[in-house]
Write a protein that binds this ligand. Structure first.
Ligand SMILES: [Zn+2]
Ligand SMILES: [Zn+2]
Length: 122
């Protein structure tokens, strides 16, 4: 077990420098999820207050997602189960304690409200 840093500075830095290296490692809904940085070999644990599904206007016209009123966490669990590699980080603001995920497979976007961020260095 490596060191643990109770700070959002590391994931903010990863997002600034190599956002495409951040991907979902595991989901522990409703409480948290773990993002891995393949460049730094760090694990970032995000403790969640809320997950919100954001449907893009284009997708809403297609209607599939608009008719689907399951909770956001259910959508995210579905993405994580069937195509975890498609989930990337599209936003990170540790000051406002918000983050965003995007699923490249079904084009869903998720807004995350964060309680805290912890980074595990291995
Ligand atoms: Zn990194
Ligand atoms: Zn998906």
């Amino acid at each position: 077990m490596g060191q643990v840093y109770k700070s959002g500075a590391f994931i903010q830095q990863c997002f600034a420098v190599h956002p495409l290296c951040l991907n979902l490692k595991s989901l522990h809904l409703p409480g948290s999820l773990i993002i891995r940085c393949t460049s730094c070999n760090m694990l970032h644990r995000l403790t969640l207050r809320e997950v919100v599904l954001r449907v893009s206007p284009v997708h809403a016209i297609e209607g599939a997602a608009a008719r689907d009123d399951r909770p956001a966490s259910t959508h995210l669990e579905g993405c994580a189960a069937s195509h975890p590699a498609a989930i990337g980080v599209r936003a990170m603001d540790v000051v406002r304690e918000t983050a965003g995920l995007r699923c490249g497979e079904c084009r869903k976007m998720y807004d995350l409200e964060l309680v805290s961020i912890e980074t595990h260095q291995r």
